[in-house]
Design a protein. Structure first.
Ligand code: MTE
Length: 317
């Protein structure tokens, strides 16, 4: 698969370099080893960049100008491919996105394994332009294409014991060099696991995405399917999902396991709660030069604030 390369951003362009390097350095990393996986791109999968149609949901779209596609596809966090921002664009051709299934299981009345193409056909896709705020204090604006997660959860009928939803990314070191033992894949405990409270997962803003910019989701952005939770830091939006599990206990997420004092379960965007090593008060919008203030819940306070009524957001960070 040919991946278009474009203008690169250095980490230092968006976050103070010392802080950024420190974020990477908190985990003892092994030396990178040579990549062994062969090119496993599969002709059966719609190529990244193939057109994907969906009507825009204006009511749930921000009005800000979208980030350039080239930036959104070359400046990525996808540690399964490596920890540098340009690793995913370079390595993502290794990921085979067909056949692909997503198991939806756990505390549900009707567990189901969805073939990705059936899943896409079973729901009406919509486009939503969301702000994406990374915990590293950079942001983008991305027109996603997907279905509300609530539509899928409704089909499987969560039981009354279900309180949380756990998302798991594919585990396959042959396709994800970062998962190989000894490779500096961010020191995360693979597979990448994320989670939401059930009411957060059912919130209308929570989107299962299969495309962006009117196209099939590029591998580096989490193909073939990735959750997007726009009022939370970007790391809550797990990529390349193979399992969605309804559970009664709060899931242990990959970043919490790696550094719980830095990356909490909730991770709502909050300019008033600093990361232990940097402020979250402002952000650098990719493509802009001046920093802009970070908004409470990433600008979605009116829609999601009531989910957290009475909670101490400094404690539940
Ligand atoms: N999902 C997986 N499986 N692995 C990752 O390393 N990085 C997260 C999130 N989802 C990550 C992931 C982080 S830190 C961010 S900011 C967003 O993906 C980045 O999404 P983007 O590369 O599409 O902008």
């Amino acid at each position: 698969m040919l991946i278009r390369r474009a203008e690169r951003f250095k980490a230092s362009d968006v976050t103070d370099e010392t802080l950024y390097l420190n974020r990477r350095a908190f985990i003892a990393g092994g030396a990178a080893v040579a990549l062994g996986a062969s090119d496993v791109a599969d002709a059966a999968a719609p190529p990244a960049g193939a057109p994907l149609k969906a009507e825009r949901n204006e009511a749930l779209s921000v009005k800000d100008a979208a980030t350039k596609l080239e930036s959104a596809t070359t400046y990525n966090n996808f540690y399964e491919f490596g920890v540098n921002k340009d690793d995913p664009a370079r390595e993502a051709h290794r990921l085979k996105t067909r056949p692909w299934t997503v198991k939806v299981e756990g505390l549900v009345h009707k567990p189901k394994t969805y073939d990705i193409d059936d899943l896409v056909r079973a729901f009406t896709l919509e486009e939503r332009v969301y702000a994406l705020r990374c915990v590293e204090a950079w942001s983008m604006v991305i027109p996603w294409i997907g279905v509300p997660l609530s539509a899928l959860l409704k089909q499987v009928e969560p039981t009354s014991q279900a309180k949380f939803v756990e998302f798991t990314t594919l585990l396959d070191p042959a396709q994800f060099p970062g998962q190989k033992p000894g490779f500096f894949g961010g020191g995360l405990d693979w597979p990448y696991v994320e989670g939401l409270r059930l009411d957060e997962a059912l919130h209308p803003l929570t989107l299962l995405t299969v495309g962006m910019y009117g196209q099939v989701l590029p591998n580096q952005n989490g193909a073939p399917i990735r959750v997007v939770v726009p009022w939370k830091y970007g790391f809550k939006s797990a990529k390349s999902i193979v399992r969605i599990r309804l559970v009664s206990e709060q899931p242990k997420t990959a970043w919490e396991k790696a550094a719980s004092q830095e990356y909490g379960f909730y991770s709502n965007v909050n300019p008033n709660v600093s990361h232990p090593r940097w402020s979250q008060a402002t952000e650098r919008r990719i493509g802009e030069f001046r920093r802009r203030p970070t908004l409470m819940f990433n600008g979605y306070a009116d829609q999601v604030g009531s989910l957290y009524t009475g909670m101490d957001l400094k404690k539940y960070y």
